[in-house]
Design a protein around this ligand. Structure first.
Ligand SMILES: NC(=O)c1ccc[n+]([C@@H]2O[C@H](COP(=O)([O-])OP(=O)(O)OC[C@H]3O[C@@H](n4cnc5c(N)ncnc54)[C@H](OP(=O)(O)O)[C@@H]3O)[C@@H](O)[C@H]2O)c1
Length: 242
């Protein structure tokens, strides 16, 4: 049985990623920091006929991550797929678009969830992924973290200047590159995915893409064949700019 853990899977792109992976016969673990929301999401997928279980997981909390790794070890003895999906983008909601408005506390909160969370998740779950025949890690990133797009005045991403979120996704991509090199020659692959601008609580109803479309590249990277890429950045059309 293939086991996949998706962080922040109680709603949005994370829940849809879990659904699409479950539709492939994969047993999905619904990571959620809120127990009621996580259980409700797992029950929704179970009612659709899928194998889904809730697992308590706050990616900003090291003890919570260690506990989740222990739970997965005790229940399943391995992990095949880790999707680092949980993320926050509080600057839009708070109307913060300049360095002067940005508190160190908010900057640290963004990095704690979007960068240190995936770092801790990968570190704690690597021993379980090493027991998989084909371990796959997907970091859910964004082209808002692309230095190439951000510095190109012709890019649609150029005007979107939420410095905390954007730079956190740049740092997440840097982690992908660093960890990929350490995983070369193993049966584990890690890649970054950009789902595009998606209709979720974060993306708002103004977004052009559905969660089904957004989850596509994440699911592809989570189920790569053994000759698939390691250490890249992709949307569903192929490699994209770092
Ligand atoms: N939507 C877009 O247009 C878009 C574009 C590019 C990239 N992305 C990325 O896609 C990922 C999913 O975003 P989304 O649009 O689905 O956002 P969303 O609807 O706001 O969902 C975010 C998820 O992350 C969870 N989360 C936040 N902090 C967490 C923490 N400390 N521990 C565990 N879970 C936590 C949330 O849990 P709660 O329900 O408890 O808050 C929620 O389940 C994010 O990494 C985001 O940066 C989104």
């Amino acid at each position: 049985m293939t086991i996949a853990l998706i962080t922040g899977a109680n709603k949005g792109i994370g829940l849809e990623t879990a659904r699409q992976l479950a539709a492939k016969g994969i047993h999905v673990l619904i990571g959620s920091r809120d127990a009621a929301n996580g259980q409700a999401a797992a029950q929704k997928l179970q009612a659709e006929g899928y194998k889904a279980d809730f697992i308590a997981l706050d990616v900003s909390n090291e003890a919570s991550i260690k506990q989740a790794a222990q739970t997965v070890n005790d229940r399943y003895g391995k992990l095949d797929i880790l999707v680092n999906n949980a993320g926050i983008h509080p600057e839009f909601g708070q109307g913060i678009f300049s360095f002067e408005q940005m508190s160190l506390d908010l900057m640290m909160q963004i990095y704690q969830t979007n960068v240190f969370g995936p770092f801790m998740m990968i570190r704690e779950f690597l021993p379980l992924l090493r027991r998989s025949e084909a371990g796959r890690i997907v970091n859910t990133s964004s082209s808002l973290g692309s230095l190439t797009e951000q510095s190109n005045p012709e890019s649609p991403y150029y005007p979107v200047n939420t410095a905390g979120y954007n730079s956190s996704k740049t740092a997440l991509n840097a982690l992908t590159v660093q960890i990929a090199k350490q995983l070369t020659g193993t049966n584990i692959k890690i890649n970054s995915a950009c789902p595009g601008w998606v209709q979720t609580d974060m993306g708002t109803a103004a977004a052009p893409r559905t969660v089904q479309e957004g989850a596509t590249i994440i699911v592809q990277l989570a189920t790569l064949p053994n000759d698939g890429p390691n250490g890249g950045f992709f949307d569903e059309n192929g490699a994209i700019n770092w």
